[in-house]
Structure formats: C-alpha cells, structure tokens
Write a protein that binds this ligand. Structure first.
Ligand code: RB5
Length: 149
C-alpha cells in the first residue's frame, strides 16, 4: 500500500519517525517533504499530498505540522480529501470506519511518538464500514460541490 507523507518544519521530526516506521512494515512511502527544520508553509505540503491522494497515486496521506490543524484545514480544501486531525487511537479508527478519512493529520507538538505511531497504525488498519455512513460521507461531497458553484 502506498502512503504519501508531508510535513512542515513543525512536523519534520515526527514525519521522519513515521516514515521509518511505515517502511519497516513494508508500506511504500512517498515523502513529499519538508526535509529539514527550515521554516516552510504547511499549505504547500498539505495540497501536494492531498492532490496525490485525490488522484489515486497514494491510498492514504499522512500530514504532520506543529498542531495538525493547519495541515487538516489545507488538505480539506482539495476536492475528494477527507482529512482527520487525530490525537488518539479511538478517533483515528472512527475517522476511517465512519468518515472514510483518506488523510491523517498529526501534531508533533501535541502528541508523543508512541501515541503518534499507534494513531498511524490504527488509521491504516481500519476500514470504512459503508452502510449508513456511505450516504453521510456523500453529503460531505455534496456540500463541497454546492459551495463551489
Ligand atoms: C508552525 O509554527 C506552525 O504554525 C505549524 O506547524 C502548524 O502548527 C500550523 O497549523
């Protein structure tokens, strides 16, 4: 499974840890940067990863900034992206099972490495439950389409 990763300077260190973790588990990781602690603008990375996932070039995206907020906000502006900011495993599992989230946003300054990797593992292992959630997720897309018209 291919996973697209992105981070700003506030998420660079955690992004590197996640990258090693995923590679050791056999995931195909596409790293869209950033690659240092030099300040950069998080929307550039969120949009790059979001477009990659929306185009089907990666199954999931994982975005890390200081809080995860900026990454989630920016990624959710890309059509077809449902980015979820998660700080615990329960929220991460529900983001997949009920919301069919395709991008996970994390805050390096908010959660520790252990919880972050648990959140990543649960997010990637959880499946959308379909059923009644299919129509609800469809309404998210409808809302996005009507606000673009
Ligand atoms: C960078 O200082 C910080 O604003 C950024 O990483 C992120 O937390 C934005 O939401």
């Amino acid at each position: 499974m291919r996973v697209a990763l992105g981070a700003d300077h506030g998420g660079f260190r955690l992004k590197e840890i996640i990258k090693k973790h995923l590679e050791s588990q056999g995931f195909e990781v596409e790293d869209y940067g950033t690659n240092s602690l030099e300040p950069v603008d998080y929307p550039d990375y969120a949009v790059r990863v979001g477009k990659t996932v929306a185009a089907g070039e990666a199954v999931f995206g994982i975005l890390v900034c200081g809080t995860g907020n900026g990454m989630a906000m920016a990624a959710n502006k890309v059509p077809g992206i449902r980015a979820a900011l998660c700080v615990d495993g329960y929220t991460a599992g529900m983001a997949r099972r009920h919301n069919d989230a395709n991008v996970l946003a994390l805050g390096e300054r908010v959660i520790g490495e252990g919880v972050a990797l648990e959140v990543v593992d649960i997010f990637l292992a959880s499946c959308f439950e379909q059923g009644r959630h299919r129509a609800r997720v469809g309404k998210i897309e409808l809302a996005a389409m009507s606000s673009n018209n």
